[in-house]
Design a protein around this ligand. Structure first.
Ligand code: MSP
Length: 536
């Protein structure tokens, strides 16, 4: 099950040249669900997210908006990025910005360490650069432009012309790590997930691995190279280091890495990233860590694209949808649920307003919300809004309690493999089974016969206990609805706060004592006025 004492989840740190769209929201929610679940399983968990604020892309955007780069990033972080996290109910433990002093000091320290170890050298360089990717492009990602860019070489991802850069740069001897990287992928098959991502990286590294240009000297929006302040650090080299600078790397003892308490405790990390930036995380980053003699990440998990109209959602291609547009219509829980349920984690998935509306109605409103309302309403009507006292369990009741135990253990197992969609699908078996159970047991018929009073109590106690299990198992995904349900079951008074419950033990039965007072609960997923809110 959950083998580790500690766990460290990270998201990419996002470029703040623009406001977030739901592609960014998707990554945040996935990492948040994993972090919340591990915390609930009693694992000492740290969850880091943040913003990537240096580089040419941001510098140019700031200039185009008549702001200094620092003014620009401060504004976007405060007005767009932090509010997105709040709006999505993201429970991150830390938020790192690459303009933080702790980060800049850590980058300088790391560079100096590699320089002293002889892994950095000076050289001349000429290559095609994509400012959108912030990357010198490999041949495989350079294509001929079309329409207004006919005759130009363009980036295969951004379809915009590449810039020929000719500079004196500092280089990181990444080629020296080719064999060690291949050995790492071989020795630890789970290092890169899912499997197709792993295969892609192995094929890439098996080709010639070149050294990496890690400095720029034509602009100064970045972390200065410590031994040559006429250069700033390449934005990706700078950005990747956030994962350790957030663990106090800058104050750790050189020569005795990892000297910081946080680094020793939480490193290495599980990096949740989109597949666009897999290579940076699975090739460059472990090579950097090897050079510094730090442990490689625990895992790099590359998730797929959120597609809109069959295309990767992106602001530059104008398919971007702001997270608040959908949370405003469906509520934050529904959006979190939809992202995690509708898309197999690790694969591409299409977003559409019709699809989220359909799942909202069928699964959240009719499937789960209605179940909760019915059971609580019957408890109120027949048992004075108190947990009924269960009699002996019959076969049908036992099937429910056994399913609850099975579903708990399977869902937890899926989470340890980062299969979030599978975990939710398994939990939903309990939602469906409880709905079927109520239909079959017909408590409203039992209520008509005083002789069936114990049976009625047993059925409703069983169903309510099922709701208690669901509140625990769904808390990482739909935290607001789960907390409301937990309160209305009266569970806080008898079992403590939902956040204190062990999710791995959610399937234990008879946890709610008979007589526990319950509270009325308005519909968890009320009808959404689709005609007004839904864009087609
Ligand atoms: N700043 C770098 C990351 C540095 S990490 C050390 C960067 N930033 S980004 O703003 O471009 O974010 C890219 C990430 O945003 C993707 O890897 C993914 O997590 C998320 N997504 C952006 N668009 C997305 C989709 N359409 N679908 C899914 N995720 C998307 O790259």
């Amino acid at each position: 099950m959950f083998k580790h004492q500690t766990k460290y989840f990270t998201t990419p740190i996002f470029y703040v040249n623009d406001a977030p769209h739901i592609g960014h929201a998707y990554t945040e929610v996935a990492a948040d669900v994993l972090a919340r679940w591990h915390r609930a399983a009693g694992v000492d968990t740290r969850f880091l997210t943040g913003t990537d604020e240096h580089g040419q892309k941001i510098l140019r955007t700031a200039e185009a908006n008549g702001a200094s780069p620092k003014e620009w990033v401060d504004r976007l972080v405060a007005q767009e990025w932090r509010p997105m996290l709040e709006n999505l109910n993201i429970a991150n433990d830390d938020f790192i910005r690459t303009t933080d002093a702790r980060h800049e000091a850590g980058v300088a320290k790391f560079l100096q360490r590699l320089y002293d170890k002889g892994y950095i050298y000076e050289g001349e360089f000429e290559a095609l650069y994509c400012v959108g990717c912030e990357e010198f492009k490999p041949k495989s990602e350079i294509v001929q432009g079309a329409a207004e860019f006919t005759g130009h070489k363009v980036c295969a991802i951004h379809s915009k012309p590449l810039e020929l850069l000719q500079e004196k740069n500092y280089f990181f001897k990444m080629s020296a790590f080719q064999d060690r990287l291949l050995e790492l992928y071989e020795r630890r098959p789970d290092f890169i997930q899912p499997a197709p991502a792993r295969n892609e990286v192995i094929a890439f590294v098996q080709q010639d691995l070149t050294d990496l240009s890690i400095s720029r000297n034509t602009f100064n929006w970045g972390v200065p190279i410590p031994w040559d302040e006429s250069h700033v650090t390449y934005v990706w080299f700078d950005a990747l280091l956030n994962y350790i600078t957030a663990l106090e790397y800058s104050t750790s003892v050189v020569g005795d890495e990892p000297g910081s308490v946080a680094l020793a405790k939480y490193w290495p990390a599980v990096h949740i990233v989109g597949k666009d930036i897999l290579r940076f995380h699975a090739v460059i980053w472990p090579a950097m860590l090897m050079a510094a003699e730090l442990a490689e990440p625990e895992c790099v998990f590359a998730h797929g694209w959120l597609l809109v109209g069959g295309e990767k959602m992106s602001k530059s291609k104008l398919t971007g949808i702001a997270p608040h547009e959908i949370t405003g219509t469906f509520g934050v829980d529904a959006v979190r649920y939809y992202f995690m349920r509708a898309i197999n984690f690790g694969q591409d998935g299409s977003f559409s307003w019709e699809d989220i509306a359909a799942r909202y109605q069928a699964e959240l409103a009719n499937g789960f919300g209605n179940l909760v309302s019915r059971v609580l309403a019957m408890n109120a009507k027949y048992f004075d809004a108190k947990q009924p006292e269960s009699g002996d369990l019959t076969g049908a009741d036992k099937q429910i309690s056994e399913l609850a135990a099975r579903v708990t253990s399977l869902a937890n197992e899926h989470i340890t493999k980062y299969a979030i969609h599978e975990a939710i699908a398994v939990v939903w078996q309990l939602v469906d089974a409880l709905n079927g159970y109520i239909t079959e047991q017909e408590p409203w018929q039992l209520a008509k016969d005083e002789a069936q009073r114990v049976r009625l109590a047993t059925v409703l106690a069983t169903a309510t206990e099922g709701l208690r299990v669901l509140a625990q198992l769904l808390a990482p995904v739909i935290p607001e609805a789960a907390a409301k349900l937990w309160r209305s079951l009266g569970a806080v008074a008898v079992l403590g706060e939902l956040s204190e419950q062990n999710i791995a033990a959610a399937g234990q039965w008879h946890k709610l004592p008979a007589g526990t007072p319950q509270e009325a609960l308005p519909a968890l997923f009320p009808r959404v006025e689709l005609a007004a809110g839904v864009k087609k």
